[in-house]
Design a protein around this ligand. Structure first.
Ligand SMILES: Cc1cc2nc3c(=O)[nH]c(=O)nc-3n(C[C@H](O)[C@H](O)[C@H](O)COP(=O)(O)O)c2cc1C
Length: 196
């Protein structure tokens, strides 16, 4: 089981270039990769440039960007998400990506991007509690679409001061807690893949 190769999609719910959430998921992904046997796909929502979900757009023609997102999520065994907290909740960019990816396409199972797959949750914010409140909502949404969200989660407070020049989390305790989410995600993903 420990060698079972898995593929994880890395998603940041922020579109901005200097995103703290992108930094956090990237740092944890680097640690995960050291274990070996984990293929990582960093999905940049910024580059995908999804339109805001609108059923009229979908009815006219399913956007190429949404098809690409779906293809890459379907190829993944699990996701690691860095979710910015906007007004105590999920960012519009992340919710929009989830909404597009939840739309069924011909020859797909319902919720094929998500159903029975694992997810690890991280958040980063300049605020003291790091966006933890937003993760409650993200967890609820992902559970609704039948994902297995690992119980471990981590929100990095004062994240604007937390990274060194190499993109590593400076504080050892915070680094351990963030990496714990990554390790739990890999373990759970391998477990479920082996059980298939
Ligand atoms: C519309 C908006 C709402 C925000 N609401 C919160 C909030 O509720 N809690 C919080 O800790 N930070 C909040 N912030 C600050 C973000 O945490 C901060 O901008 C953070 O850097 C966003 O993540 P990013 O660095 O990955 O882009 C908010 C920012 C914006 C733009």
């Amino acid at each position: 089981m420990s060698d079972t190769p898995i593929r994880l999609a890395l998603l940041s719910g922020s579109l901005r270039g200097e995103s703290l959430n992108t930094k956090l998921v990237t740092a944890v992904a680097g640690e995960i990769e050291k274990q070996g046997g984990v293929d990582i796909d960093l999905i940049s929502l910024n580059k995908l440039d999804l339109p805001i979900y609108d059923q009229d757009i979908e009815d006219r023609e399913f956007p190429e960007s949404a098809s690409e997102l779906k293809k890459r999520l379907i190829a993944a065994d699990g996701f690691l998400i860095g979710s910015p907290e906007y007004n105590g909740s999920i960012s519009a960019a992340l919710k929009n990506a989830i909404d597009w990816a939840s739309r069924p396409r011909p020859d797909e199972e319902p919720l094929e991007c998500f159903k029975g797959k694992t997810c690890g949750l991280l958040a980063a914010s300049p605020g003291a509690i790091g966006g933890l409140r937003g993760l409650r909502h993200v967890r609820q949404i992902l559970t609704q679409i039948q994902m297995v969200v690992v119980p471990q989660e981590f929100a990095l407070g004062k994240a604007h001061e937390a990274f060194d020049d190499n993109g590593q989390i400076k504080d050892e305790n915070a680094r351990k807690m963030a990496n714990n989410v990554g390790h739990a995600l890999v373990k759970m993903t391998r477990l479920l893949k082996t059980a298939e």
